[in-house]
Ligand binder design. Sequence first.
Ligand SMILES: [Zn+2]
Length: 367
Amino acid sequence: MVGSFLNVLVARLPLEKSVVWPSSRCFSCYRPIRLLDNIPILGYLRLRGRCRNCGAGFSARYLWVELGTGVATLALFAVEVVLNWHDVPALKVNPAVMPAFFPAAGMAMFAYHAVLLWCLIAAAVIDAEHRIIPPMIPYFGLLVGVVGGALMPWPWPNPAAAGVVTVPGAPPGAPWSLQEFWGQIPVGVQLWPFYGPTFDFAPPGSVQLGLMNSVLGALAGSLVVRAVKALFELGFGREAMGLGDADLLMMAGAFLGWQVAVLSLFVGAGAALFLKVIMLIAAGKEKEPQSSPVSGEFTDARELPFGPGLALGVVVTWFAWPWIGPGTQYLFFDGVTLVLCVVVMFGGLLAAGLLLRRPAPEPAAKV
Ligand SMILES: [Zn+2]
């Protein structure tokens, strides 16, 4: 049912239509779709993707988004709550004590993260179709991300006495980058705090910490895309990314923190390449360039929008955290290393842009 609603967003948001009125209807004959025909997946399959009245064919996207959203949501629940993939200490249910798969904390975590997943799906599908990400999606996500972050501050659902360092074994004030001495940072709903040892004005488990995690995550997600875009384009000489991508990563940062947001951009670049290879294999032959009916931009069918790759990058980074986290803890919690990384990264981007620089294609000569 959520997938069905996401389909409504995908069909209407790029056209700036209302998403609540009127009810679903055929795009061809404008007759309302009957309640039973509007049942997700089954309705589409029963009518073989055609309108009951006029027989016009509906895009297969309706079926795939409904199926994909359902499967992805189920997978999120299985992985986060049932399997406790992120090894959240508070979710380790002792079957002898609590014979339930549904601890309340796990359900809250699942609900919060499901909103992010759904926003990512909607943004990726719209970007794939229209090369735009309607701002309503990332800004709605930002709002949920910040409010949820304030209500479930790191290390929630793990217990945190105010002012107490939560990394097991770390003496007060000891650098958290030294995980070989004090162990790993416990993962919460907000995966990590923005810095550690945490500051006195934002102790673990406080509303201030949750808010700062979300706001700094959103700022970092937005700024890293803008910085990479500006630097790369300075060297490359042509436009490389849209600002919709900055909004998408801003939303992800509000839910998952700045560390995940920043890494997602680079994982996302790899994911976009991967998707491009898949598309090239699937397409087989080159398609004619086509223009989007919404943005009016003339796009080449061989070029892919970055949104789907970036959304996939966020999901991959998020669920690869059991491996990425221990490998990057020394980096993210050490100020000097952090500054060095930023300098090397920005210098590398400028150099990459310059190396890839090509003259703009000459317009075809008229005969
Ligand atoms: Zn019709």
